[in-house]
Structures are given as structure tokens and as C-alpha cells.
Design a binder for this molecule. Structure first.
Ligand SMILES: [Zn+2]
Ligand SMILES: [Zn+2]
Length: 85
């Protein structure tokens, strides 16, 4: 497929999209910090990274439906799992 020419309008659209996504990423990070804090306050013993923040899944398993955790008891999205710090 031929590369599409990037017009000014497209460039502005890409920039707006980038800003949107980066604000979502900020929100996700904030929510994860809040979730982590909530678990710690409730007695969660933080061991390692990538455990699920929405259930006791100890480790994100790649390969689930639509990029979700493959562990049957979890099935939460990657974003629900604590990301490596
Ligand atoms: Zn999981
Ligand atoms: Zn989970």
C-alpha cells in the first residue's frame, strides 16, 4: 500500500489524538496508583510487579481474548494489572 501523504489537517488530527491518548495514559497511571494504595491500605503485601489490581491474579498472562489476561480466574485487561515501576 502506498504511504498516504500527511497533510496539515492530518498532522493536526494526529497531534490531537496523541494528546488524547497521553491524557488517558495519565489517568490510567493515576488510577493504578490509587488502586495500589487502596490494596496496600487493606493489607496487600506488594510482591513484584504486574499482579492484577482488580483480583488476586499474581501475574499477567499474555494471550487472552482481546489482549486480556489469559488466567481464567482473572480475564482483566493489561491496564488492570500493575505495570512495572
Ligand atoms: Zn491477570
Ligand atoms: Zn484480574
Amino acid at each position: 500500500m502506498k504511504q498516504q501523504e500527511i497533510t496539515d489537517a492530518l498532522r493536526r488530527a494526529f497531534e490531537a489524538n496523541e494528546a488524547d491518548f497521553s491524557s488517558i495514559e495519565d489517568q490510567v497511571r493515576t488510577r493504578q496508583a490509587t488502586a495500589r494504595e487502596r490494596l496496600t491500605r487493606s493489607g496487600w503485601n506488594d510482591q513484584g510487579d504486574f499482579h492484577c489490581l482488580a483480583c488476586p491474579c499474581p501475574h499477567f498472562l499474555q494471550g487472552g481474548h482481546e489482549g486480556r489476561c489469559r488466567r481464567g480466574s482473572c480475564g482483566h485487561s493489561l491496564l488492570s494489572h500493575d505495570l512495572p515501576r
